[in-house]
Unconditional design. Structure first.
Lengths: 68, 148
């Protein structure tokens, strides 16, 4: 079975009461990128993953994990 | 209230996807018109059509390579070229490369039975590469924007 990078971006974003647009602004990307990452359509780079983790104050390994 | 850079980028991103799609259709229609009246190639009209194709090819390639919005601020342009967009562009270029290869193989095979001039070969390969790259990019962008 192929491996994929799963994430809990939506949950953590929701806990902080942030919209996709607000999170996008915090990490310097567009809402489109946040949406595609949340939906698993786009696998972010390590740089963006760390920026997202920082913006949500969550360790990166809690935000992203490998699903087998 | 003034729009933020993110809001401007969001709006321009949608506009770019729509414009690129329409421009590609215009580009392909232009080529259909050119090849349906090839006897004009040496005339002034033929030269105009070739020049129009060349100019549009360069504009489309420049838009695809840079993301467009050349008159906008560096911040907006950076947002317009964020990670997803760069990935979509990369996929567009890969598909364009394959389209060029397949088109070259087809022309090579056709040339065995009916000679195809060097100019026409370049014209067709470049047109196919650009059109496929642009359509791929525009489709991926529109899809990502629609879901957002």
């Amino acid at each position: 079975m192929p491996e994929r990078l799963a994430n809990s971006l939506k949950d953590h974003r929701g806990q902080l009461g942030l919209t996709q647009a607000e999170l996008a602004e915090r990490v310097g990307v567009t809402r489109k990128t946040i949406n595609t990452v949340e939906n698993g359509v786009f696998t972010p780079s390590a740089l963006l993953a760390i920026k997202l983790a920082e913006a949500l104050s969550v360790p990166v390994e809690k935000l992203f994990w490998i699903e087998r | 209230m003034a729009e933020t850079s993110n809001q401007i980028a969001e709006r321009l991103s949608g506009k770019r996807a729509r414009v690129l799609f329409v421009l590609t259709i215009v580009f392909l229609s232009q080529q259909a018109s050119y090849f349906s009246s090839r006897h004009d190639a040496a005339s002034a009209v033929g030269h105009f059509k070739i020049a129009a194709w060349l100019v549009l090819s360069i504009v489309l390639l420049a838009m695809l390579a840079t993301g467009g919005a050349w008159l906008r601020s560096a911040e907006v342009r950076a947002l317009l070229n964020d990670e997803t967009t760069r990935e979509h562009r990369k996929t567009g270029f890969v598909n364009g490369f394959w389209a060029a290869c397949v088109t070259a193989i087809v022309i090579y095979a056709v040339d065995l039975f009916e000679p195809v001039s060097g100019r026409d070969t370049v014209h067709i390969i470049l047109t196919m590469a650009i059109a496929v790259a642009m359509l791929t990019f525009a489709r991926l962008e529109r899809h990502a924007l629609r879901d957002a």
